[in-house]
Design a protein around this ligand. Sequence first.
Ligand SMILES: Cc1ncc(COP(=O)(O)O)c(C=O)c1O
Length: 360
Amino acid sequence: MLVLPDFPWNALASARERAEAHPEGIVDLSVGSPVDPTPAVVRRALEATTDAHGYPTTQGAKQVREAIVDWYARNRGVSTLDVSSVIPTVGSKEFVGLLPTFLGLGPGDVVVHPAVAYPTYDIGARVVGATPFPSDNPDEWPANTKLVWLNSPGNPNGRVDSVEVLAKAVARARELGAVIVNDECYASLTWDVDSAPSILDPRVTGGTHEGVLAAYSLSKQSNLAGYRAAFVAGDRTLIAGILETRKHLGLITPLPIQAAMIAALRDDEHVKAQREVYRRRREILRPAVEDAGFRIDDSVAGLYLWATRDEPAFDSVNHLAELGILVAPGSFYGESGANHVRIALTATDERIQAAARRLA
Ligand SMILES: Cc1ncc(COP(=O)(O)O)c(C=O)c1O
């Protein structure tokens, strides 16, 4: 049996119990799972595609790849993709966990990921016996680095990397001969910055996608977490390699989900509307958290407030659990998160208002 670290959220059980005991119920801000309905335009597309008697292609139908290419040009400032440089994936989490496997990495190889990070980058490296290396500083990435994960806008801290920061990371990865991927699933949710540049932006790549991939997910922008709808784009040689491996392994995006993805990718209106919903929730929650004595760091984009009272994370978690509010300790995301908590904006308006009242 593969031995992996304990699943972090298991450690939240007693705080959850305490929060659930609150007379007005728990406000669960510990996970980033969307609570608003999947847009009607997407559900209709799914309903219209229930006859899926044959196997879909691993590469994805041409129409879904065209929709991905058009979406990058319209929304991410990337006009240099074509249908052979993109591929749908079953969720981003699955892709993140399996990319080191697809790349054939193993013992002796290093996988760099952000200093505070979504835990799956580390797990994907461990699965193949490679060494995870948490670091935001390209100058310290070791010579045996084979894969670099960036995550801008970031989970848990909501940090956004500028074009210059991304370009420096890409240059260093190329110098090392490593593949570099930016996990961009929060790109539609920017608050205190104009935009979050894609790693495929020509100002970052210098005009060639060599060694560079962007991962994107429709889970957050389109309330599609239950559909497992995501994709990867960039270097067509890497995409072709991933495709060949997946032809053997499966992990094929189901055809009805491909139809739903096309509908979601073609409709920018629901994304704008959802973003306004989160903006409103953030405007209620952020001052309430600050007034309760927390400092909020980074958090200029994405679905979380990265908050601290300069005390161990579980002290803050337990304090908030007494108020019936469940949050995630920053320690789940690496040692540098030891004194922070991650507070998600993914709760209904009613629950967000309840949290603000309790914090006051
Ligand atoms: C940074 C990051 N990457 C990937 C994912 C997974 O997204 P998906 O729902 O597509 O698996 C998440 C979900 O929370 C995330 O925060």
